[in-house]
Write a protein that binds this ligand. Structure first.
Ligand code: NAD
Length: 287
């Protein structure tokens, strides 16, 4: 068990791709976890995804079968929000990237969570300060940006909002480390460190395709072999989803105003044509 002493129970709000992954790593590390989604069916789907991921880890010899069972015994599916957060020391929100949805849920969670509980968000781009305004505890609100797939990716980007206390940053980092993540701390700024740099590289790669510098495959190979990136910027954009990438770069362009983030024409065109990446079988590549 590697839990951090001040946190025993974690509530995860949203049982989708990220929420199920966060709940899995937390339960594996020894925390009690309440997993909440908007309906009973959605919560059950999240739990199923999590079970399948644990089973894969056991199959691959990365987790003992007994440890997987122990992790499951610490998990409580909870479609009722009040019940999910009632005993939580830490609440991690992982619902879709929509400002109104996140602010409404955070405000409601505050009504039911213990006064001393810390709240965190897994947002990939929104301002932590803006989300904190929806809560009754901006000093105990912090960004905890995990990466997909959560059980595999080693980074946790901890984001400090304008009013986030040192104690909340320390708590987020301690929990992240107990989950086996390497933590970085970033000031609240559009795109934080990861999305801002990642989009920058991806946009330039797209502009190079546009003007015919090289093919997508050759540009990706250049970065994989020449710079040791595990995956090239265009493959990665296809994997994340070109629609998602377009949304983030549009937001960053609006907030930062530099040409680096002006959405590339080729990106806009591919999205308009419905070629949004791997999830639909076509983007910069055909799958
Ligand atoms: N997918 C990624 O690669 C990735 C990586 C890092 C961060 N993020 C961020 O994580 C967050 C979640 O993304 P995701 O990919 O897991 O989305 P997702 O669509 O897979 O899951 C979101 C879940 O939230 C649930 N939900 C919707 N409204 C809810 C409500 N009011 N209360 C409780 N649950 C509700 C949905 O039913 C769904 O199960 C977003 O902010 C996203 O930007 C995503």
């Amino acid at each position: 068990m590697t839990t951090t002493p001040t946190v025993r129970e974690i509530a995860v709000l949203g049982a989708g791709t990220m929420g199920a992954g966060i709940a899995e790593v937390a339960a594996r590390a020894g925390y009690r976890v309440a997993l909440h989604d908007v309906t009973q069916e959605a919560t059950a789907r999240g739990l199923e995804r999590l079970r399948a991921s644990l089973a894969r880890a056991v199959e691959r010899g990365k987790l003992a079968a007994g440890d997987a069972d122990d992790a499951l015994s610490r998990l409580r599916p909870c479609p009722d929000l009040a019940g999910a957060v009632a005993a939580a020391d830490l609440v991690i929100e992982a619902v879709p990237e929509q400002m109104d949805l996140k602010t409404a849920l955070l405000a409601e969670a505050c009504r039911h969570a213990p006064r001393g509980a810390t709240l965190a968000t897994n947002t990939s781009s929104f301002s932590i300060g803006r989300l904190a305004e929806a809560t009754d505890r901006p000093e105990r609100f912090v960004g905890m940006h995990f990466f997909n797939p959560v059980p595999v990716m080693l980074l946790l980007e901890v984001v400090r909002g304008e009013r986030t206390s040192d104690g909340s940053v320390a708590l987020a980092r301690a929990v992240g480390e107990s989950l086996g993540k390497t933590c970085i701390t970033v000031q609240d700024s559009p795109g934080f460190a990861t999305s801002r740099l990642g989009i920058c590289l991806g946009n330039e790669a797209m502009r190079m395709v546009e003007v015919g510098v090289a093919s997508p495959a050759d540009i990706d190979t250049a970065m994989r072999l020449g710079y040791r990136h595990p995956v090239g910027p265009l493959e990665l954009s296809d994997l994340v989803g070109l629609d998602v990438r377009l949304a983030i770069t549009t937001y960053l362009y609006e907030k930062l105003g530099t040409d680096t983030f002006r959405p590339p024409e080729i990106l806009k065109r591919l999205v308009a044509e419905g070629r949004v990446g791997k999830k639909v079988g076509k983007g910069f590549y055909e799958y």
